[in-house]
Design a protein around this ligand. Sequence first.
Ligand code: TRP
Length: 468
Amino acid sequence: MEQKRENWGSRIGFIMAAAGSAVGLGNIWRFPYLTGMNGGGAFIVIYLGCVVLVGLSIMIAEFAVGRRTQLAAVGAYKTYNKKWSFAGVLGVLSGFFIMGFYPVVGGWSLYYIVKSFTGLLTVPEAIGDIFGAFIGSPVQPIIWMLIYLAVNVFIVARGVSAGIELAGKILMPILYVLLLIVTIKGLTIPGAGAGLSYLFVPDWSVVTGGTFLAALGQAFFSLSLGMGCMITYGSYLNKEEKLPNNTLIVVSMDTSVALLAGVAMFPALFAFGMEPAAGPGLVFVVVPQIFAQMGGIGPLFSAFFFVALFIAALTSSVSLLEVCVAYLMDEKKMDRRVATYGTSVVMAVLCALSSLSLGAMSGVTIFGVGAFDFFDILTDKIFLAIGGMLLAIFVGWFLKKEDLKDELTNGGTLSFGLFEVWYNIIKYVIPVLIGIVATVGILSIEQTSLMIFGILIIVVLAIFSKKL
Ligand code: TRP
């Protein structure tokens, strides 16, 4: 007997789950360091442009395709056209690969919660060494990663509404409160103004082609787009919900958390005279130094911050795991639990390799990089943007315009005044824009063999699409 498809229990539950997917390491870990590495305000303006022009439209498209077909990414594509299965499989593969390093960083956040109270902050100068020694050690980070992954498994195995939705509803408000507390604290430090003007007064002289690339990639990553994640979440949505409105809420929540994270960090950073361009270590090395300078309450704020980071990461990796699980359930008729346990065991192995690539196994490389960077570069620089472009082409050129209009207006019962604008952006603007940015971006990857490998995967998937 065909089982009834799982559904979100409530509107707010869906919004919290989708926002939970979007708000993640991308907002709190990546966005601030990218902003710092790309010169501040100008990057933020370009990023916001990408979010409004590209992100919003693609998210609406993903929700529409998912809800229309009531199937996760692969099935959704397949329903319309078997040749397009590869675009869905590419998405599942992206999710799988992102899960090859994301839980490693999630594990770091767990370790930092505990370490906040047990000596992380006592010698500010030593924080960099503590971080380096920790992520490079062979056993500890893997144990924290496994604990982190186990929490994901627990949530996803419980299902859509009793697991993912419930976690989002409980955790997302906590995340906001914690982040607000840390932000307000940061703003009250004397000398915070310099950080704010760094963030919000653009200096256009630092903008290069690379700035646009970084901003577009970040918009995809942060909004969970380009791999069918929002297709999957849309497939659990009932027909009464208004897609454009809900999209606007989710995108606003994601953007506000990114900006909050920036405002939580940069004023304090500047007030204490530290380097904004610290790179990926920003959150784990520079930010704790800020808390160290606060004295007695430092550990508490530090713990607040890393709990927020953990929550943000958790609700995102849950969505990545769900994409893989939903694929196995829809296409391979697997049981949810079996799919969850099976996938996560493989992910644990990939993550262990990623973690080891930062220390014990740093000599072992594939295509010139360690496992951690391999998964990161492959997804961020190649798969997500191409996945987004394929979706836009598919929706704009292969789906019937009337069907899309029907889906976005709930069968004509509500108005979506910007339908024509949205449709033309999807059909013409996004394929061209991503086509240019992705080509330049992919060609700029230093590891040529990795670049070729990534493209080869896409080509092979496309050739065997009908068998997928
Ligand atoms: N958006 C999440 C973050 O910012 C990561 C993420 C979750 C993601 N699901 C995704 C990225 C799907 C790309 C595609 O951390």
